[in-house]
Design a protein around this ligand. Structure first.
Ligand SMILES: Cc1ncc(COP(=O)(O)O)c(C=O)c1O
Length: 465
């Protein structure tokens, strides 16, 4: 495929409204009427909704039932102006955030330890991870005089750890996973150096959904006097309930004495509107290293717990509302339905001889193929309207099962289409492509060597009106 044609196709995918709607490259001379504006946004939202509502999308929208969305919108509407930076104006948001933290900590084993589990509400999984890594960097500098801090993470740990390392001048040591697609305990231990400040495990990692051996890893970290972060962004609101339902869930939370911090996303399986997550710490000391405090600025003394200054209080209100309205029974029932659909999907994939499921996952199911080009299967599934996640190293596909997939007939339709896609690829060996998937996109890119620059240009394109 030639690059110009590929870029043209990408433009068409990413900017489908370009020739259809006016683009505003400068402010309109006279503002549009509110009704007109609502009309534009509503029309676009209506066009986009069927795709994710139907259950053809992996992850992305984790609840999505209309009544739940309306409820979330109502709460946001009530507090859309709130900014917890102004603590005295909106003490309600302070209350909501304190309770989000307490409820999440309770769900993740806080009652099983003598230590106090504290935390912060952030804007998403990435910010929770960034904050925790910054806290470890500053803690290690203050208490151990470590000036070249290192993070040890399995190759499957979310790329946000790489982002944290880049942003905060830390070194990320990626350790290859074992044959069972979990972190390799021995190799992780061997990677520890005098500069190690934190070790990471995921419950579960994004790519293959198989929980790392957190018990062993966190114990090593504890014995070596380094931090241990469990990234439960994806699984924090599923695994506790899966365990109660009798599924085999390895220990991953604060019940383990070596776990010193966790990230857990309210905006995924917590079923809150997009834009919130929780970062938790064992003890206040680490959290203090997360905070930003400035006492001399002429704008006044400034304290800010997270990366941003002003923050959307309405989203914290919505996250709190999602949690208290779901309650234990709601999360348990959601997990029951999700895990049942995931079972159906797993069993169905296992019956397709050309595909192999990676490990024994619970609700994020990755599969590959020894016989076929799995990216060609991904392409055909995309043509059938599915929006799955393509993985690399090794090439695979995953589906993160959500409430969307618990709708009547969705797992069956997925399996039917997957079987058809496999047959199509089998019958057309020339389809074997060499495209590489991009996180969050159904289009693939192929320029392996020049991919970094290409992707930077792609982001530039996205910001052009
Ligand atoms: C395990 C894990 N950690 C972190 C993240 C990052 O979360 P976010 O996209 O909310 O920043 C994700 C996202 O899927 C994830 O699966």
């Amino acid at each position: 495929m030639d690059i110009a044609k590929f870029q043209q196709e990408l433009q068409a995918t990413l900017k489908p409204y370009k020739d259809e709607l006016p683009s505003f490259r400068s402010l309109p001379k006279e503002g549009l009427s509110r009704a007109e504006v609502v009309d534009i946004v509503a029309k676009l939202a209506q066009r986009e909704a069927p795709r994710w509502q139907s259950g053809k999308v992996s992850g992305a929208v984790y609840h999505g039932d209309p009544a739940h969305i309306e409820f979330q919108n109502t709460i946001y509407n009530l507090q859309s102006q709130a900014n917890p930076l102004h603590m005295d104006l909106w003490p309600s948001i302070t209350k909501f955030e304190a309770e989000i933290i307490a409820m999440t900590a309770h769900m993740l084993g806080a009652d099983y330890t003598e230590d106090e589990i504290v935390g912060s509400v952030s804007s998403g999984g990435t910010e929770s991870i960034l904050l925790a890594m910054k806290a470890y960097r500053d803690w290690a500098r203050a208490t151990k005089n470590i000036t070249e801090p290192e993070i040890i993470a399995p190759s499957t740990a979310h790329v946000a750890f790489e982002k944290a390392a880049q942003y905060f001048g830390m070194k990320l040591i990626r350790v290859p996973i074992g044959e069972d697609f979990r972190a390799d305990v021995r190799a992780m231990e061997e990677a520890i150096t005098p500069n190690t400040v934190v070790m990471v495990g995921s419950a579960p990692p994004f790519p293959h959904g198989i929980v790392d051996p957190i018990e062993e890893l966190s114990e090593i970290a504890r014995q070596r006097g380094i931090g241990f972060h469990t990234d439960a962004c994806l699984g924090g609101f599923v695994l506790p309930w899966a365990e109660r339902l009798g599924y085999p869930v390895p220990k991953f939370d604060f019940r383990l004495p070596g776990v010193t911090s966790m990230s857990c996303d309210t905006h995924k399986y917590g079923y809150a509107a997009k834009g919130t997550s929780v970062v938790l710490y064992r003890g206040r000391e680490l959290r203090h290293h997360q905070y930003f405090v400035s006492t001399d600025w002429c704008g006044g003394i400034y304290i800010s717990p997270t990366l941003t200054g002003s923050r959307p209080g309405g989203l914290s209100a919505a996250a709190w509302a999602a949690m208290v309205s779901m309650g234990e029974s709601g999360y348990l029932e959601a997990a029951r339905r999700i895990l049942k659909s995931a079972e159906t999907i797993k069993k169905g994939i296992a019956c397709i001889p050309e595909l192999q499921i990676i490990g024994d996952p619970l609700f994020v199911i990755a599969f590959t193929s020894k016989q076929l080009d799995i990216y060609a299967v991904l392409d055909v599934m995309s043509q059938m309207g599915w929006n799955l996640n393509g993985l690399q190293n090794p090439p695979a596909i995953h589906i993160a099962v959500t409430i969307r997939h618990t709708q009547e007939g969705v797992p069956e339709r997925f399996l039917e289409d997957l079987r058809r896609a496999v047959e199509i690829v089998k019958s057309r060996p020339e389809m074997q492509g060499s495209m590489t998937p991009v996180y969050g996109m159904t289009s693939n890119v192929f320029l392996r060597g020049a991919v970094d620059q290409f992707l930077r240009n792609l982001l530039d394109t996205i910001f052009e009106a």
